[in-house]
Design a protein around this ligand. Structure first.
Ligand SMILES: C[S@@+](CC[C@H](N)C(=O)[O-])C[C@H]1O[C@@H](n2cnc3c(N)ncnc32)[C@H](O)[C@@H]1O
Length: 232
């Protein structure tokens, strides 16, 4: 995917009355090449390009796959996943996949995806609903872009996201087909290596990745774990 170089920065209008943080956010949004591209490509947010870049490099999504997308709102990862696994049947003569998204917030409909909006993924009852909806009760890929609301305290944000990671790892071990893949967002901190080592016991390839679309000034990082081996 190519982006044209921006020669002049766009300065937002009507920023009077906004806090310094809001002004900074607005300026960054207006000048962000991924934000601009997402409007052209009809993605709900710039996060779409993180999954696109990850999949272009690591190949985790294929037509016919069943995908669980945890923390799916507003829905850009699900938009990407639906196309890649052919959940909407738009790739002729290819297997039809499935995408199930879950989020605390509401998620607008996407053709080919099933959503559990206003649902806390860490709750057993929600995970049961996902299991029942999955074809054969199994998934080929579990994605988690879940993130707690930022507290502004780096160590606390790390702790909070690790609680979400723990829940999604347990779920994945239960639900993934042999050879399945797992992708999870973390915010960097002291427990990240423990999670990486744990995943190495049941996936063949496990590593940290930071796609170009993930902002360099953010502590956000992803762990990709490929080829699940249930017997290990
Ligand atoms: C960065 S956003 C995800 C963006 C999404 N991947 C996309 O491309 O549209 C993180 C999401 O995680 C959700 N989230 C946080 N904790 C959650 C939980 N316990 N259960 C479900 N969703 C959760 C938030 O509501 C938020 O919408």
């Amino acid at each position: 995917m190519k982006f044209t170089r921006v020669l002049f920065k766009i300065v937002p209008k009507n920023i009077k009355g906004k806090s310094t943080n809001e002004q900074r956010w607005l300026k960054r949004q207006l000048n962000d090449r991924y934000v601009k591209q997402s409007k052209t490509d009809y993605y709900r947010c710039r996060s779409a390009y993180k999954l696109i870049e990850i999949d272009d490099k690591h190949r985790i999504l294929e037509p016919g796959f069943s995908v669980v997308d945890c923390g799916a709102s507003p829905g850009s990862w699900s938009q990407v996943a639906v196309k890649k696994v052919n959940a909407d049947g738009s790739i002729p003569n290819a297997k039809i996949g499935q995408v199930i998204g879950i989020d605390l917030k509401s998620i607008e409909k996407i053709k080919g995806a099933t959503f559990f909006s206003c649902s806390d993924f860490t709750e057993a009852v929600v995970q049961q609903k996902v299991l029942k909806t999955l074809n054969c009760g199994k998934a080929d890929v579990v994605l988690s872009d879940m993130a707690p609301n930022s507290s502004g305290v780096r160590s606390l944000d790390h702790e909070n996201i690790m609680v979400l990671c723990e829940s999604v790892v347990k779920f994945s071990i239960n639900v993934l087909n042999d050879g399945g893949h797992f992708l999870v967002k973390i915010l960097q901190g002291e427990k990240q290596d423990l999670l990486l080592r744990g995943l190495k016991t049941c996936f063949e390839q496990v590593k940290y990745i930071k796609p170009p679309a993930s902002r360099s000034d953010s502590t956000e990082l992803y762990i990709i774990a490929k080829n699940f081996n249930k017997a290990s």
